[in-house]
Structure formats: C-alpha cells, structure tokens
Ligand binder design. Sequence first.
Ligand SMILES: [Zn+2]
Ligand SMILES: [Zn+2]
Length: 268
Amino acid sequence: MKTEEKDCWKIELLGVRGSMAVTPKEYQEFGSDTLSIRIQVGETVIFLDAGSGIMYGQAGAENHVLIGHPHLDHLLGLCKWPALGDPSKKMKIYMADHEGMSCQEILHALYGPPFWPIHLEDVSKGLEYVSVKGAFHIGDVTVDVLSGNHPGGVTHYKLSDGKRSLVYAVDSELTEQAERDLLEFAKGCDLLFCDGQLTDEDAEEKRGWGHSTQLQVASLGQKCGAKHTVLVHFDPSSTDVQLDALEQKVKGKYPNSSFGRQGEIRYL
Ligand SMILES: [Zn+2]
Ligand SMILES: [Zn+2]
C-alpha cells in the first residue's frame, strides 16, 4: 500500500457475479467469479462473502470473513482459497444462523463428505466460526447488521470506524419494508454495495427470488444519501455488452452509481 493510502481502507472487488461463475469471453469485463470483496484495514483484512472470487484474495495476518447467507455462490471459494491452509494466518468466519443451523454447523455440513473430502477446520487449524447475533467489532471497525429480504434470510453489513462507512447489502429484494429498513441502515454512508441482479424486464418474472432491479437499488443509494453506490451480484446470463448498456442507463439517471468490475480497486 502506498504511504498516502496508509490510512485508507483498500477495497478490492474479487468477484461480482451472482448465482454462478461464468467463464466465456463475453463475460470478462465484469468478470467470471462470484461475490467476494476484500477490504484491507491496516494489517487486518475483512472479506465480504466468499464466492469463487475469494480464491484470489490475498490474506493478511488476521482475516475476518463475513458471510451474508449460505447460498453456494457466497461460499464456494472457501474450499480452494490457498490462505486457509496457511498456518501463519488467523481466520474467523462469521455468519448468522440459518434454518436452525449455526455458522459452524452449516460450513461443517457443506465442506465434508459426501460433498467435499475435507472439513475447513482440518485445512485451517486455528479456524474460528462466529455466529452473528448482532453488532460486533473488528479492531476499530464497528460492524452493524440488518436482516434483509431473501429466501432463507440474509444479513447486510455496515462497516464504520468514525471516519468512513461502507454498507454491503446484496441478495436483497426491496419490498416496501425492506427498502425502509435499508434506507435507514445505509443513511449517509460513503460506499454502498447493492444487488444489481435484475433488469426492469426481469422484475415481474423473478419476483420472490430475493433480488432487486438495478434502477431500484441505484435510486435507493441516492435516497439514502450514499456518496457512491456500486452494483454487484450480476446475473450469470448478463454479458459485458448487456451490462455496459445497463450501466449507462442507470448512471444516466443516478450519476453517483456504477457497476462493479472484478479487479476494481477503491480507496475509502
Ligand atoms: Zn447470491
Ligand atoms: Zn441467495
């Protein structure tokens, strides 16, 4: 990190795709991998979700992986993340309970026979699982949580340290109540990551799937006073050409918004 960036959070988009990774060349501008965002805060690294993008996420000495919900697109990178096998790295994975199962129970069931040959805690000896039940702290960073509207439930996270704030609210279908809750939660934040899976044309057919339209979330970003809104969690059927056109349409109406691209780096 350059000296002038030392006091900043470095935010790296490791994967922005929702539902499923896609590799054909028509998808390379926005990227193949499913969601994971890496935030470097001094020596500590916070990861938001652990989709396939986390495989390229460089770990710090201390790592905190915050999972929004246990659908596979948010967990599938963990099994091939080289950092997990490095004994010099401290690892904590956080997730709220789902379907009566704790974070540890969910990950132990998913990563273990018959679905996977080895449990994560056998790869990463000091691995700790944390059941998210409310706000918590990671060093100087306060992590607030909000339950979102998604099949099976989802946790939205707000990271703040008194100098800046970032909200991560993907996999969220904005019903009236969900929108009211998120507007309050994200009020005045510096950076808002939102769910950009659906186009206006998709909205009717995909009602109840737990996602929002791009215009809906960009409008929410403007309403809540977010300084910038980055849309992520793109549908695997959306090619670069389609996403570029959709981004122009959204930015035309909401200039403080953009579509996230894998590899993009921001400082806050
Ligand atoms: Zn998802
Ligand atoms: Zn989901």
